[in-house]
Design a protein. Structure first.
Length: 202
């Protein structure tokens, strides 16, 4: 039996197993395969996550990065949807905060009845919401610059994101509500419903 990852919250582990990873681990898993040569990468030798191989983590997080960015990468957990398409082949360019709004509006256009929490309370006129404020904060802006538009949009559209809260709790800001998965899981395993799981406040 596979050993449970120590830092993955219990509910996420029981529901999703190895699909539940820290934000940093998820990004490294989604990075496109290493090109045959660095010169063959679309970054044209400037070095990016895709052509950095084992050194990708050193590009994703640097010693002088703010502490809240470090905490985001290690304390935020992500689950990629089972029906997500393959990750993008390019991770270059960063268009800024509009990528968040564009992603939300694409979800709302493609799936008008979507239960994706990233669309919750989104004001189409002002293009704003509490989730937009979070995802355009300085720490997320650093992440966008490191991973690029395509990978960021993939994260926003095809994953469930759980932000860390005090006392080892987490707050879900994207994806289908975890309560839906808990309900389905508890119907198969009644003991799951009766146990205390200090995870997620939706």
């Amino acid at each position: 039996m596979a050993r449970k990852r120590k830092r993955v919250p219990e509910v996420l582990w029981r529901l999703f197993h190895h699909r539940a990873r820290s934000l940093a681990e998820t990004i490294l898993v989604l990075v496109p395969p290493l090109p045959a040569t660095a010169s063959g990468c679309r970054c044209k030798g400037r070095r990016c996550l895709s052509c950095s191989g084992e050194e990708a983590m050193s590009l994703l997080v640097r010693p002088d990065d703010p502490s809240d960015y470090h905490k985001l990468l290690t304390g935020c957990f992500v689950v990629v949807s089972e029906d997500a398409p393959p990750s993008p082949s390019s991770i270059l360019t960063a268009a800024g905060h509009n990528i968040v709004r564009r992603s939300i509006e694409m979800i709302m256009l493609e799936l008008p009845s979507s239960s994706n929490l990233i669309c919750c309370s989104y004001d189409k006129d002002n293009r704003s919401s509490a989730v937009v404020d979070e995802l355009t904060s300085p720490k997320w802006t650093i992440l966008l610059k490191r991973v690029g538009d395509a990978l960021m949009m993939y994260l926003l559209k095809y994953t469930s994101i759980f932000l860390p809260l005090p006392r080892k709790k987490h707050h879900q800001i994207s994806g289908s509500p975890i309560s839906d998965f808990c309900f389905k899981f508890s119907r198969r395993m009644p003991d799951f419903k009766s146990q205390h799981h200090p995870l997620v406040c939706n």
